[in-house]
Design a protein around this ligand. Sequence first.
Ligand code: GFB
Length: 315
Amino acid sequence: MYSLKGKKVWVAGHRGMVGAALMRRLASEDCELLTVTRDTVDLRRQAEVEGWLAEHRPEAVFIPAARVGGILANDSFPAEFLYDNLMIEANIINAAWQNGVEKLLFLGSSCIYPKMAEQPMKEDALLTGPLEPTNQWYAVAKIAGIKLAQAYRRQYGCDFISAMPTNLYGIGDNFDLDSSHVLPALIAKMHMAKEAGDAEVVIWGTGAPKREFLYVDDCADALVFLMTHYSGEEHVNVGYGDDLTIQELAQKVKAVVGFEGALVNDTSKPDGTPRKLMDSTRLHNLGWRPRTGLDEGIAKVYRWYLETGGNGRGV
Ligand code: GFB
């Protein structure tokens, strides 16, 4: 439906895990990739975003740029998770309209759905109930982003769409234990415990919550697929199709890393949403499927972690 061939394509947030995966995926499309670093344009500053878009005039825009983090970071920095994400998406979407961007894809998150949403969660579960308190700030910002894309489509006829990925993981992830998501945290914790010969590793919460994990390069492939095959007001779920408990995930990571000690639960830490499995039927019906299984994905990330230390310096 929309061809990227010969187009100027801006990946806003190209250094993040999803942005970097999009850059890898788009390298095989016949398009010109535009990027800008934070030193040049702070996406939270309207004048900087407007000036950059007016000068560089991208034809297509992906917005993986966001302040992101795991359950503790979301719960600890509500102001930044709400303000930064609202500003980033509002600045880019409005400036994209002003500058005649042909197609824009906004990226949200599965936490936009109510805490107790029926499982698997369909797109129409949005705004049907209260949000999970630990990440309500981030969720409200992402819901506003969906609504912005819809509003510019309705009022100005802009071809702006939204994709809602499930929990993502992959190379380029954040391994900092205070701000990371669970999968990279477990890799880092178990690796360090193995190296130190520790007897146990702490798992936050009860280990009972269930999560669905999608490998980031599969997500990037789905985003390019939606950019080129989907045009509509409704956001589209981007999931893997299966979930598992945090305890089961910890066992998988333990096996890949080769940690032989015990797993201990710290129930003073929050569990968050009990379950958030996406219903990705809409995306599947459009013709897209994920490729990377969870075991294969964890092994890839651990290899990358060993090579880079998760920060480019080596372990
Ligand atoms: O990945 P995670 O931080 O985010 O946590 P959410 C998922 C589950 O893993 C929670 C547990 O039940 C955590 O308590 N967990 C166990 C751990 N050990 C650890 C650990 O060492 N580190 C971390 N981080 N978790 C986020 C939202 O929710 O998901 C964001 O806060 C966003 O807004 C993102 O939506 C995708 O899945 O709970």
